[in-house]
Design a binder for this molecule. Structure first.
Ligand SMILES: *Cc1c(COP(=O)(O)O)cnc(C)c1O
Length: 276
């Protein structure tokens, strides 16, 4: 039985759903997303299944608990204040059985002064886009190692370098372009500098790259470029294999271009503007 079949049968299983319509709905939506991933893998002849990170921003801790019940172990958030609160609430809801704890991925634009808070609950930060942030995260992790009770995740903080896939002529600010949707990130030239900084910072671990497809143009072309950047990165840092790409609207393109992690919000949880 594959993921989508297992989830469809969970949706019909009263022991899983326990009369909760939202759990059933989430199971069916997750099943659809897994089916899309399966089809995209087949179409591109890939075998290795990317990891699904469910982006739970705007949705309550109760939904994270429901997703956990359905087998989800990786969740993404993009705002520190919301994520910190939700991680605490979910912890109270689920307890801390280390065997099936959730991994929290911070995927949003991150101000350096939030680093201290983020490292307490995040296993991974996908949006490292400048040297000052590497420094802030390193410092925050060093502080946590003196107070091991503070950080919920074990081991180093995984960092993805967020790279910009905007065509150069459309980048608003070539040094650090960013728009409202969190597109932006570092340039290809800055990528190596950031990789080196992460690599030599104790308690930080270079996981790989992250990108958001540009608003204009082809997501497939943009993600192919991301795949090339990843190859260049891996020449120097062979362990930095992760490619975090693909959202609800472009997961097929991301799978075709070798994404190892998909960040899916809307197609699992529903419309954020109507979030309860
Ligand atoms: C919200 C968000 C996602 C998920 O997007 P959907 O379109 O809801 O799937 C992925 N990545 C980042 C950085 C996000 O902010």
């Amino acid at each position: 039985m594959n993921f989508s079949e297992a989830l469809r049968s969970a949706a019909e299983n009263p022991d899983v759903v326990e009369g909760d319509e939202r759990t059933r709905e989430l199971a069916l939506r997750l099943a659809d997303v897994h089916e899309r991933i399966d089809r995209a893998l087949e179409a591109s002849g890939r075998r290795e299944r990317p990891e699904l990170i469910v982006v739970t921003k705007n949705f309550p801790a109760g939904d994270v608990g429901r997703l956990h019940r359905l087998g989800v172990r990786d969740v993404g958030e993009n705002k520190d204040q919301e994520a910190a609160r939700k991680a605490r609430e979910v912890h109270e809801l689920l307890g801390d059985d280390p065997r099936d704890r959730l991994r929290w991925h911070f995927v949003g634009q991150l101000q350096s002064n939030k680093a201290k808070s983020v490292v307490r609950y995040a296993d991974s930060v996908h949006s490292v886009d400048r040297l000052s942030l590497v420094k802030a995260l390193g410092k925050a992790m060093a502080r946590e190692s003196h107070d091991p009770s503070g950080r919920s995740a074990a081991g180093p903080l995984e960092c993805h370098i967020q790279v910009s896939l905007e065509a150069p002529e459309s980048a608003q600010d070539p040094a650090h372009g960013l728009d409202a949707a969190g597109r932006g990130g570092s340039s290809a030239e800055q990528m190596m500098e950031l990789a080196e900084a992460i690599d030599r910072t104790e308690d930080l671990e270079l996981g790989g790259l992250m990108a958001v497809a540009p608003l204009q143009g082809s997501a497939h072309e943009a993600f192919s470029r991301l795949s090339e950047l990843s190859q260049a990165l891996r020449q120097q840092y062979p362990h930095a294999v992760e490619i975090s790409a693909g959202m609800s609207g472009d997961l097929e393109d991301a799978v075709a271009c070798g994404a190892t992690r998909l960040r899916i919000g809307r197609d699992v949880l529903g419309d954020r503007s109507a979030a309860r």
